[in-house]
Write a protein that binds this ligand. Structure first.
Ligand code: NG6
Ligand code: CA
Length: 508
């Protein structure tokens, strides 16, 4: 495929490699790229029915790959969801895996076996680019942001990392490459605090006149480049990211990683910032969706997917490269900034017809888009597979593709669904378990879903999302009632007991 530098923005080094790299023999082991979107809903892409927004690049991936329409993240928020996928262990088994602060210590411990370790053991080059949100360093608030932050991703299996420590709305607002802040001026050191503001530094609470984007909920601490954030930060001016350039910048870094390693098997975990808040799309997308910044961020995400597809295709490695696109949790419209997402939503349904959204144990919290493209390894590209799958199962399934052995006790919850992921069967996982903001659990088996009783609040404080917490057990038939309206718990006590017992057994 011929692509122009101008339209893709792919760096010159990539273009050079694209002209020379096609003659190499394909590696036996497939390359694997996970594109992990942030807060992208089941209804946010045109391949799943959205008509108010066009996502041509994701459509292309879907047409050339397989759409898995019953795929779930383990959790309805980012940190636990990513923890589950990368460790193959349900995050609710470990304390402290809820939404991480920007100064949280590394939640995956160096001695823990990760997906990256697994790929490395099979001879892969491994990289992580983009959103991290799983903590860094050994102790909360004790990271050396001006030196080497350690432990870092190198200690859990990634040869290369270029990351945002937490989220776009949490300090520190800098990129960290292999444990070191990028572009840091040693004369302007960084300080980070999640407890108290720095003397003399304006906060969003005290100086709203300095803001270019205003908070609707929380987000009233440090002001970084006119945007109010969670947490306090001082210094590091030359290292601060420019929000409107995050998408292009991390996509460039991801592309460069692919170029560097295209002659050997590689694993790339690419976490986009889109479409998380603050949504600050590049000016070329601003206003383009007609749906406010959230819609524009979807277009930006779609564009970045296109660039990853282009680079893979142009290097001649598409046939044996698995590209898996999914999201860390379900959608949210107003997640804390006045960005017109709500006012301009129109007929768009971010969660399609699923109930609730991000944070919730109802379907929209964890049922996420999932597309897998693997020309050489997959059956019937362009089709839809309804087999049940959870992101927890990627670990063991990928290990089988990579010919990697998983040590005993590692990835304890991950099951090999290789045939499903190759679209050679529609038979899915025997059951899957999900978690909401409060760690209330649900279990899905066949068409049945059981939600355990919970005393936690029914509604999320800021977003007013229904969390699905209910002091009584809930049972839904998802094939007849995908919107989870009719609680059949009292009417079908045997089914309820069966699922409850399965969940209790899995917990142990
Ligand atoms: C919430 C934030 C929200 C978002 C979320 C984490 C407020 C009011 N809300 O606490 O904006 O950052 O945490 O999202 O601060 S996640 O997708 O990374 O889990
Ligand atoms: Ca998220």
């Amino acid at each position: 495929m011929k692509i122009s530098l101008k339209t893709t923005g792919i760096p010159a080094i990539a273009m050079f490699a694209s002209c020379t790299g096609t003659s190499e023999k394909q590696p036996e082991q497939p390359n694997i790229i996970i594109i992990m979107a942030d807060d992208l809903g089941y209804g946010d892409l045109s391949w799943l029915g959205a008509t108010t927004i066009e996502t041509p690049n994701v459509n292309r991936l879907a047409d050339e790959g397989v759409r898995f329409v019953n795929c779930y993240s383990t959790s309805a928020t980012s940190t636990p969801s990513r923890y589950g996928m990368l460790t193959g262990m349900y995050p609710w088994r470990k304390e402290g895996t809820g939404i991480a602060a920007g100064d949280a210590p590394m939640l995956i411990l160096p001695e823990q076996y990760t997906m990256a370790d697994m790929f490395k053991s099979a001879g892969y080059s491994t990289g992580a680019v983009g959103k991290w949100h799983l903590g860094l360093g050994g102790e909360r608030g004790k990271q050396d942001w001006n030196g080497l932050v350690t432990p870092n991703l190198t200690d859990i299996g990634f040869d290369y990392s270029y990351i945002m420590a937490a989220t776009g709305d949490r300090v520190p607002c800098v990129y960290i490459e292999n444990g070191k802040v990028v572009n840091l001026d040693p004369n302007d050191p960084i300080e980070v605090s999640y407890t108290a503001p720095f003397k003399g530094e304006p906060t969003a609470l005290n100086h709203p006149e300095l803001l270019t984007l205003h908070p609707s909920q929380g987000h009233d601490q440090s002001i970084i480049r006119g945007i109010p954030r969670i947490g306090y930060m001082k210094g590091g001016k030359s290292a601060l990211w420019k929000d409107e350039e995050i998408a292009d910048n991390i996509t460039r870094k991801a592309s460069e990683f692919i170029v560097r390693h295209h002659n050997q098997p590689f694993f790339l975990y690419f976490g986009t910032h889109d479409i998380h808040v603050p949504r600050v799309p590049h000016p070329r997308f601003k206003g383009l969706s007609g749906m406010g910044d959230r819609g524009d961020a979807i277009l930006s995400f779609d564009y970045c997917v296109g660039r990853i597809l282009d680079i893979v295709d142009s290097l001649g490695i598409a046939d044996n490269t698995i590209i898996l696109l999914t999201s860390d949790n379900g959608p949210v419209v107003d997640d804390g900034y006045h960005d017109k997402a709500k006012e301009l939503l129109g007929n768009h349904k971010p969660a399609a017809d699923l109930r609730a959204g991000k944070y919730s144990i109802f379907e929209a919290g964890t049922k996420v888009p999932c597309i897998i493209r693997w020309p050489q390894g997959m059956n019937k590209p362009g089709s839809i597979n309804p087999g049940l799958m959870s992101q927890i199962d990627f670990f063991a399934s990928f290990a089988s593709f990579a010919n990697a052995a998983i040590p005993e006790n590692a990835a304890p919850d991950s099951r090999k669904l290789d045939k499903l992921m190759k679209n050679k069967t529609k038979k899915g996982a025997p059951f899957i378990i999900q978690q909401n903001l409060n760690s209330t659990l649900s279990i899905v088996k066949d068409e049945w879903k059981y939600i355990e009783p919970s005393q936690a609040e029914p509604i999320e404080f800021w977003t007013k999302t229904e969390l699905g917490n209910n002091p009584n057990p809930q049972l839904y038939n998802l094939s007849k009632d995908p919107g989870e309206i009719n609680n059949l718990s009292a009417i079908q006590p045997e089914k309820r007991t069966e699922l409850k017992e399965l969940l209790e057994k899995a917990k142990k």
